[in-house]
Design a protein around this ligand. Structure first.
Ligand SMILES: Cc1cc2nc3c(=O)[nH]c(=O)nc-3n(C[C@H](O)[C@H](O)[C@H](O)COP(=O)(O)O)c2cc1C
Length: 195
């Protein structure tokens, strides 16, 4: 249905609606079917991520694709025992690389932009999984040093997000969101300034 439509030519409005459908359908899934992930879906996902913006186009991040059971188990352990990480067919690790932008942007690049680059890449990946009919969960609660060790990432590399990906074996409840009235301010933080 909507996944099959992804390859079809649609009007500009149709394309836009499809994007918002992806946004609406994405949910954190923590139970995965035993079905393997097709390599062509993984490639399509990674290609989508490659198009993500980054500060100064430095693309200051790396992605580690972890599929070996021992590697996934090490990541699950480093994520304080979040076992569902190990049960996904694929885990992507998004790792910031300060070495790629420190020369151009100094401390702001090394401490912030590379983390933002990796975060944006992970956000693209998560939406792409949904668009491909897959499911995922962003995992940020982990011991950075243990994740880096599991990935054999030495030096200044900084793991930012883990993302187990596979086919959903659950339909989670939708957690609530704050209202726009709560989140969005007009012009400044000073609400009293209004009217
Ligand atoms: C930065 C970040 C860190 C997160 N870390 C974890 C995590 O360690 N474990 C987990 O199960 N979910 C984690 N999540 C998923 C959130 O719990 C989830 O996005 C949130 O509850 C909203 O649910 P939804 O994604 O289904 O809309 C994380 C999400 C983000 C953005």
């Amino acid at each position: 249905m909507w996944v099959a439509e992804a390859g079809e030519k649609v009007s500009a409005i149709g394309r836009r609606m499809q994007f918002f459908e992806v946004i609406e359908r994405r949910q954190s899934v923590r139970a995965f079917a035993s079905r393997e992930l097709e390599p062509e879906k993984l490639s399509a996902l990674l290609e989508a991520v490659r198009l993500a913006p980054s500060a100064g186009d430095c693309q200051a991040y790396e992605i580690v694709v972890v599929q070996e059971p021992s590697g996934k188990a090490a990541l699950a352990e480093a994520a304080y025992g979040q076992e569902f990480v190990a049960r996904a067919p694929v885990v992507l690790a998004f790792v910031a690389d300060p070495g790629r932008n420190v020369e151009k942007y100094g401390d702001r690049g090394a401490s912030l932009y590379c983390v933002q680059d990796a975060t944006i890449a992970a956000a693209y990946a998560q939406l792409a999984t949904t668009a491909l009919g897959l499911a995922s969960c962003w995992v940020g609660a982990f011991d950075e040093r243990r994740v880096a060790a599991a990935l054999k990432a030495s030096g200044s590399f900084r793991p930012v997000a883990l993302m187990p990906i596979g086919y959903a074996a659950e339909t989670p409840m939708r957690p609530p969101r704050r209202s726009l009235g709560e989140i969005v301010r007009s012009e400044t933080f000073d609400r009293a300034a209004k009217g």
